[in-house]
Design a protein around this ligand. Structure first.
Ligand code: AMP
Length: 215
């Protein structure tokens, strides 16, 4: 049976960056529910419009829609997944195990980080529309403004919800739901807590040690 990892962390805590590394080194599939939702918005359907209005406000999409989206986009008996951005609350955590994974092994990695650092990171985050590489204008800027070092596309952009007011709202939403979910994983002995303020490579080593030790 395949093994899976859940990444729990506030927006900007480094989940996407670490997921990319684990994917490259260990062959995990990266499943970001935020990316799935943004793809839905890009299709300009009625559902996409509805989803956009929720994302623009920094609110959460309903649990019912999320589980449908997840079931339609993963195949956990064939691939090992990093679930990035899902679950966001305890109800989703239970759905993931009961409806999606159905007994497959799971570990939860929590990236802990203080809010001021998160706001700073998100406000400076730029993403490549073509290859999804992530930059930070202060700590990891592209060599040429607006151009992706990885794929060369002139496609770096700032997410609509990465502006300070929305960021602070998203952080509030995150904190209000996360405690119960962490307690849930901790009681099951599945939780690995990482200091998300460390450098990318140090965070990565902690994740690997945590995951390997726990399986
Ligand atoms: P992210 O890219 O993970 O920061 O997600 C961006 C936005 O997508 C969030 O602010 C939510 O509006 C929505 N979203 C992503 N994942 C979920 C989820 N598991 N449940 C509800 N809403 C979600």
């Amino acid at each position: 049976m395949k093994k899976h990892v859940v990444f729990i962390g506030a927006p900007g805590s480094g989940k996407g960056t670490q997921a990319k590394k684990l994917m490259d080194d260990f062959g995990f599939q990266h499943l970001s529910t935020g990316d799935l939702l943004r793809k839905e918005i890009g299709k300009h359907t009625d559902l996409g419009q509805e989803v956009k209005s929720v994302l623009d406000k920094g609110e959460l999409v309903s649990d019912e829609l999320m589980i449908k989206l997840l079931l339609a986009n993963c195949c956990p008996e064939k691939e090992s997944y990093i679930f990035d951005g899902y679950p966001r609350n305890k109800t989703q955590a239970i759905s993931l195990e009961e409806d999606v994974l159905q007994g497959a092994e799971l570990k939860a990695v929590y990236f802990s980080l203080n809010d001021e650092l998160l706001v700073e990171r998100l406000a400076n985050r730029r993403i490549c529309r073509e290859c999804s590489s992530i930059y930070n204008l202060k700590t990891h800027p592209p060599a040429q403004a607006g151009i992706c070092d990885q794929c060369g596309a002139k496609a770096l952009y700032q997410r609509e919800d990465d502006h300070e007011e929305v960021i602070r709202h998203r952080l509030g939403v995150f904190h209000s739901k996360v405690r119960l979910m962490l307690d849930y994983y901790s009681e099951k002995g599945l939780l690995i807590e990482i200091d998300g303020a460390m450098k990318v490579e140090a965070v990565y080593q902690q994740i690997i040690a945590g995951i390997e030790g726990k399986y």
